[in-house]
Design a protein. Sequence first.
Length: 315
Amino acid sequence: MVATRSNKNKGIRGFFHSRKRTWQLYVLILLPVVHLLIFNYGPMYGLQIAFRNFNPVQGIWGSPWVGLEHFVRFINLHMFRRVLTNTIILSVYGLLAGFPFPIILAFSIHYLRSKRYSKIVQTTTFMPHLISVVVFVGIITQFFALRTGVINNILMEPLTGDRVNFLGRAQYFRHIFVWTGVWQGAGFGAIIYLAGLAGVDPSLHEAATIDGASKLQRMWNVDFPSILPTITILFILQMGNIISVGFERVYLLQNPMNLSVSEVISTYVYKVGLIAPVPQFSFASSIGFFNSVINTIMLIIVNQIAKKVGETSLW
């Protein structure tokens, strides 16, 4: 009994002694942890207003509890189907178009013979990611402008003799939104895959070359399986945001003429909760909470499927 207590005391002293020697590491991690607690976990306290009729004068705890009333109201709303459909279509379209493109770009850059040219291509494709959303949307607007746009002046009018109001027609909004997003994010997304390709064992390529494998065969049988776990993890994370298409770019590209296809959950929450004549804080919070719950469910489902199929998952 005495020996057990002595060993326990030695273990505790050893634990604190080892932490004392590495206290600098704990100081370094302290700020990120505090930031996480304040800005990620702290706001969870306010989630309860989704279940209350929030009144700023009464405060969160003083506001009456209404349960799931706001969620039921949102589901029964005439806008619910259109907003949810627009969000899902933009998300799925963006995933199908945008997810493979960084992989293809990474393979293209990795297999360029000229390293100088590959660096130029990588820098050029990465630069749009550094542009702020407001400036980026301004560039898009100038490109597709009816009178002064490059697309209309160089392509449409000379070829068809007519100008097209791309941003004012609902049928073009989804294509413009998705493919400009691919343009902006492909270079940044390719960085992760380039790092994975750089870590592939060269002996595997040497063995494949000796066996007579072509460059395309080495891509498919050596490189692709090596970065497949990375692809799977990033795909799971993107599926966790399947009904979150962001806010800034959608809202800035939105106008009354394309509103039928551009009104998504994030923009609807902004309009209902902040700029409405009578802001509905609780109703907007319930919509945001609904969005988060669906994303979490999708994340769990896709993670479990990936774990069973490919044995690669987040947890």
